[in-house]
Design a protein around this ligand. Structure first.
Ligand SMILES: Cc1cc2nc3c(=O)[nH]c(=O)nc-3n(C[C@H](O)[C@H](O)[C@H](O)COP(=O)(O)OP(=O)(O)OC[C@H]3O[C@@H](n4cnc5c(N)ncnc54)[C@H](O)[C@@H]3O)c2cc1C
Length: 249
C-alpha cells in the first residue's frame, strides 16, 4: 500500500492514513478480439461463426469496419471485471456509468478504516478556464502542504467523531455520515468492451480524440489503468478505438 510521500510531519502521526494511489486490478474477463469477430460473423454465416478462423488480417479489417461504421453490438459479447480502490468521490464518478454492474463495500456492514485520499505532489492543484474546459497549473510552492494540512485536520476530526459514535453504540449506517468523500472505498465493476470504450471516451483527456473530454484526474487514473489492462486482451479493438477518434461504436 502506497502512502503519499511528502515532506510533512503530519504523516508520522498515528490515527489516519493518507494515501495518494488509486488502484485498478483486472480480476476476471472473457474479452478477446476473436469474440468480436465471431459475434459479427454470425450475421452472415450463422452458427459456423463459432468455428471459423480467417486469420489476423481479416479480423483486423472486420473490427476496423465495425468501429468505423459504429456497429457496436459485436463489442458487447464479453465482460471485464475490475477491482478498484479509490476515494468515494472517484467511485461516484465511476458509478455514473449505468451500463456497468457494481458492488461496493458497505459502510453499514463494516467499520470504515481511517484511510483517506490526498493528492500527491505531482497533482496540479489550481484550475484555470471555465466549467467544462479547465486547464490545471502548478500553483504556489506551499499549495500542496496547505492541502495536506487542511485535509489531515478534517479527516482526523471526522474519524475521531465517527469512532466516538461507534463506541457509544450508534449504528455504523448513521456514524458514517460524518466521513468525507475522500474516504477510500473498494468496488467491483463489470462492463463489456463497448461500455468500456464509452467510459474511456469520457474519462480520459486526449487531445487527439474526436471529442475532447475533461475528466477529473482521479477518475482518469482509473480509466488509464483499465485501458492498459483492456489493451492486453483486445489489442486490435483498442487500436481501432484509437484510429477512429476514441469514439464508442
Ligand atoms: C467531464 C465530465 C463532467 C461531468 N460533469 C457532471 C456534472 O457536473 N454533474 C453531473 O450530474 N454529471 C456530470 N457528469 C456525468 C455525465 O453527465 C454522465 O452521467 C456520465 O458521464 C455518464 O455518461 P453517460 O450517461 O453517457 O454513460 P452511461 O450511463 O454509461 O450510459 C451509456 C449510454 O447509454 C445510453 N443511456 C443510458 N441511460 C440512458 C437513459 N436513461 N436514457 C437514454 N439513454 C441512456 C446513453 O446513450 C449513454 O451515453 C460529467 C461527466 C464528465 C465526463
Amino acid at each position: 500500500m502506497l502512502v503519499t510521500e511528502v515532506n510533512t510531519p503530519l504523516l508520522d502521526e498515528p490515527g489516519v492514513e493518507l494515501r495518494s494511489d488509486i488502484t485498478v486490478e483486472l480480476v476476471d474477463h472473457s474479452a478477446s478480439d476473436a469474440g468480436v469477430v465471431r459475434a459479427a460473423r454470425v450475421s452472415t454465416i450463422g452458427e459456423s461463426a463459432q468455428l471459423e478462423d480467417k486469420g489476423e488480417g481479416y479480423s483486423a479489417g472486420l473490427i476496423n469496419y465495425l468501429m468505423k461504421s459504429r456497429h457496436g453490438s459485436p463489442f458487447e459479447h464479453n465482460y471485464l471485471t475490475f477491482l478498484i480502490t479509490a476515494p468515494i468521490f472517484t467511485v461516484r464518478h465511476l458509478m455514473r456509468h449505468r451500463t456497468w454492474s457494481f458492488n461496493e463495500e458497505s459502510a453499514r456492514y463494516r467499520e470504515i478504516r481511517p484511510v483517506f485520499y490526498v493528492p500527491d505532489s505531482d497533482r496540479l492543484l489550481r484550475q484555470e478556464g471555465k466549467p467544462g474546459d479547465y486547464t490545471y497549473v502548478a500553483g504556489a510552492a506551499d499549495d500542496h502542504e496547505h492541502v495536506l494540512t487542511s485535509a489531515h485536520s478534517v479527516y482526523s476530526k471526522a474519524y475521531e467523531e465517527y469512532s466516538s459514535m461507534l463506541e457509544a453504540g450508534i449504528a455504523r449506517e448513521i456514524a458514517r455520515m460524518v466521513l468525507p468523500v475522500a474516504t477510500y472505498s473498494s468496488v467491483y465493476a463489470t462492463c463489456n468492451s463497448r461500455a468500456l470504450m464509452h467510459f474511456l471516451s469520457l474519462r480520459t483527456n486526449r487531445q487527439d480524440a474526436s471529442y475532447i473530454s475533461h475528466p477529473q484526474r482521479e477518475i482518469e487514473l482509473v480509466a488509464e489503468q483499465m485501458e492498459a489492462a483492456w489493451k492486453e486482451l483486445m489489442p486490435v479493438t483498442q487500436a481501432a478505438f484509437e484510429a477512429y477518434g476514441r469514439v464508442s461504436p
